[in-house]
Design a binder for this molecule. Structure first.
Ligand code: SF4
Length: 221
């Protein structure tokens, strides 16, 4: 990719007619659509059942995820799995991914400190998310936190104002034409890492569970 200017984006690495999520994941392993691949350990692609009715979209992999190559396997992931259980969702009905698939961080000494991905990274990585949606054709999209919300709903999205409400999808997306799915629904909630950082963790956790119960109620047989 060029040393300056906007990233070229992931599109040229996305297979035109993928047969399944495994093929997408293999292709994403070689993605150089933005500079984040240079310092991260590996691409962290989504995971879950190919027939999952619900897709959770987070921000980006964290330090643990970057090392293990799997999304939501760190502390936030453990909390999210607990919340999924407490909301009465079937974990096999959930596919989980991130808006950006490489870990963005800055080095402070030997520590890798999380940095929020920028709009250019979100745009560059978007083709992978679109490809995942195209294969999964979910009933519901759950946006975890502000970055995922901004990635899909546009920069004016505010999680505090929009959380816990069902929205039409893709009609409420910033680029609805990108998402070749039937009319489904979307719901935004806080990122599980926000629960871990909250002063009142119990209340924050319960609010996450309450939002996920709304999501559970939106699924149809
Ligand atoms: S963050 Fe996304 S676009 Fe950038 S290199 Fe990684 S997979 Fe490609």
């Amino acid at each position: 990719m060029p040393a300056t200017g906007a990233p070229i984006g992931a599109q040229e690495w996305v297979p035109p007619h993928p047969r399944g999520l495994d093929e997408l994941k293999s292709a994403a392993a070689g993605c150089e659509g933005c500079e984040l691949h240079q310092n991260a350990t590996q691409t962290v692609f989504g995971r879950g059942a190919p027939r999952a009715r619900m897709v959770f979209v987070g921000e980006q992999p964290g330090d643990v995820e970057d090392q293990r190559g799997l999304p939501f396997v760190g502390p936030a992931g453990r909390l999210l799995r607990e919340a999924v259980d407490d909301a009465g969702l079937d974990p096999t009905d959930v596919y989980i991914t991130n808006a950006v698939k490489h870990f963005r961080f800055e080095l402070r000494g030997t520590r890798r400190i999380h940095q929020t991905p920028g709009p250019a990274h979100i745009t560059a990585c978007r083709p992978w998310l679109v490809a995942e949606f195209s294969l999964l054709k979910p009933q519901l999209v759950v946006l975890l936190g502000a970055t995922a919300g901004k990635a899909l709903l546009g920069p004016s999205f505010r999680v505090t104002q929009a959380r816990g409400r069902l929205m039409p999808w893709p009609a409420s997306a910033q680029h609805p034409q990108d998402f070749p799915v039937a009319e489904i629904q979307a719901l935004a909630t806080i990122h599980p890492s926000a629960v871990l950082r909250a002063d009142d963790r119990d209340t924050a956790y319960q609010s996450l569970v309450d939002d996920l119960k709304v999501a559970a109620g939106a699924l149809t047989e």
